[in-house]
Design a protein around this ligand. Structure first.
Ligand code: 3PG
Length: 208
């Protein structure tokens, strides 16, 4: 799988914060059942790496990756834990080298035309647009589509049910990411029906 393939698997990548690794498997099952097989577990909690390992081992239909990869060591540890892709909020040459070294597909974060150009120079065409709403939203992506049509984006940050369809309608958007599918209270309460319902609404977002 290359990073561009992630875009074809689902219109939305749930961005998950897990405090309890025991919630990982039922949460992932609910997302997959709702129609969202691609799951980004952020490395923001001590439970994250164990959660990735559990999902990779126990939910075969899930494609689990690591998010909030901000240092070379995060990339290495995520790969060792069983992550199948990596997502970073930004990009530095060292971080990019570490992500490349894992052999995994990755979505490096960009928020300016120059950052997009730097990735295109390296042959990388799939990227995360972060923080999407704060950086110009759909108007920014439309503007980039003219001069830089090869770049394709996963906008994340401020994307939700109210604006996801608008992003997905853009030619240079491959999928969107967001935390709205997995509210903290639903995870805490084990309300997997709610997560499944949110996932299924999101899975229906891609038109055509
Ligand atoms: C991320 O981790 O990529 C974003 O913080 C998710 O942003 P959201 O909470 O606005 O969806």
């Amino acid at each position: 799988m290359i990073a561009d393939d992630l875009f074809d698997l689902a219109p939305v990548i749930p961005v998950v914060v897990l405090d309890d690794e025991d919630a990982a498997v039922p949460l992932a099952r609910a997302l997959v059942d709702g129609g969202l097989p691609v799951i980004e577990v952020t490395l923001r909690t001590p439970a994250a790496l164990a959660a990735i390992t559990r999902i990779a081992a126990e939910v075969p239909d899930a494609v689990v990756g690591a998010g909030t990869v901000v240092a070379p060591r995060d990339a290495e540890r995520s790969a060792a834990a069983g992550a199948r892709f990596l997502v970073s909020p930004g990009r530095t040459p060292r971080l990019q080298d570490a992500m490349v070294a894992t052999g995994l597909p990755f979505l490096p974060g960009v928020a300016t035309a120059s950052e997009v150009l730097a990735l295109l120079e390296d042959g990388i065409t799939a990227m995360k647009f972060f923080p999407a709403e704060a950086s110009g939203g759909t108007a920014f992506l439309k503007s980039l589509g003219g001069p830089l049509p090869r770049a394709r984006f996963c906008p994340t940050g401020g994307v939700g049910p109210g604006n996801a369809a608008e992003y997905l309608a853009l030619r240079n958007v491959g999928c969107v990411g967001g935390s709205w599918l997995t509210p903290a209270d639903a995870i805490r309460d084990g309300d997997w029906d709610r997560v499944r319902a949110l996932a299924s609404e999101a899975a229906a977002l891609r038109a055509g």
